[in-house]
Design a protein around this ligand. Structure first.
Ligand SMILES: C[S@@+](CC[C@H](N)C(=O)[O-])C[C@H]1O[C@@H](n2cnc3c(N)ncnc32)[C@H](O)[C@@H]1O
Length: 281
């Protein structure tokens, strides 16, 4: 279980460094936006859940010029980063709303959103099944859910290296694509389609990776985490264990398994929870 206060504080703290370090996050957003080329929908209202510093909203506002975009995030500081962005944002703010709130308890009316977008955020939710039901609640009939999240192989090298040092939870657990597919069906979302892609980022050393994770707010926020400072000797033991992952180019790899998915809120009750999930690998 995540400590929401800790999640919020980590992202608040990372807000000013997020944009410079969120290379993978940018790439994932671009890939989701490309997927919209194949989807016929002219949304009037778009809700971006876990909107972060506003990169997605920029892309969506170019694509859907008439749409009103609601950007929601648990971290007020992440939302506030926008004010420092380029002049386009002043224009954009006229059609956009910023909301500080929780994906698991959306302060949004039933049946009010045409497209719900969420990139690399739902892995921070404590009860994904409940969160998907929330998404279903706010979507209009015929509305689209479009999301990305991390799968279980994400940061496998870091998890493995810490496991050689102690039994504490240092890396968040991530759900498998098939489990998420089942949850989509259970939430009665229709025609779910999912696929997965693996990215490997490389670093000169493990400390650069750890600093990068901190800069994007991806710190350990589970209730089960070891509270207090990690002992220097344990950290050094983790660094030593990670060396066994060094690759042929003498780089330290960090794997990210990115799961992409989309599903619809059916127009009719009988559309709901359409029989099977389509998985692509
Ligand atoms: C990895 S960032 C992704 C930001 C943005 N979607 C992007 O792709 O650049 C995750 C975001 O989710 C937000 N977040 C985490 N838990 C959340 C929750 N329960 N409800 C809403 N936002 C949440 C964080 O504050 C952070 O801005």
């Amino acid at each position: 279980m995540f400590d929401k206060l800790k999640v919020r504080r980590s992202f608040d703290k990372a807000a000013s460094t997020y944009d410079d370090s969120a290379i993978l996050q940018r790439e994932v957003v671009s890939r989701i936006l490309e997927r919209l080329d194949f989807i016929k929908l002219e949304p009037g209202v778009i809700l971006d859940v876990g909107a972060g510093t506003g990169y997605i909203a920029q892309g969506l506002s170019v694509r859907y010029k008439k749409a009103k975009i609601i950007e929601l995030d648990l971290s007020l500081a992440m939302l506030q980063q926008r004010n420092k962005h380029s002049p386009w944002y002043k224009r954009f703010l006229k059609s956009s709303r910023l909301v500080c709130g929780d994906a698991e308890n959306l302060p949004v009316a039933d049946n009010s959103v045409d497209m719900l977008f969420s990139s690399l955020t739902i892995q921070w939710c404590n009860d994904l099944q409940h969160t998907l039901k929330e998404f279903m609640r706010v979507l209009k009939p015929g509305g689209l859910l479009m999301f990305s999240t991390f799968g279980p192989d994400t940061l496998k090298e870091l998890r493995d290296s810490w496991a050689k040092v102690d039994q504490a939870a240092h890396v968040s657990p991530f759900l498998d694509m098939h489990d998420i597919g089942d949850m989509l069906l259970h939430a009665r979302l229709a025609e779910p389609v999912m696929d997965v892609e693996t990215f490997t980022l490389t670093y000169d050393n493990v400390t650069s990776l750890v600093n990068d994770l901190r800069a994007i707010g991806a710190t350990n926020a589970s209730h089960e985490r070891q509270k207090g400072l990690t002992a220097k000797s344990d950290y050094r033991a983790m660094l030593a264990a990670y060396e066994s992952w060094r690759d042929a180019d003498n780089k330290i790899p960090a794997s990210y398994e990115v799961i992409y998915g989309h599903a619809w809120k059916g127009q009719l009750a009988e559309d709901a929870g359409n029989v099977q999930v389509e998985f692509h690998r």
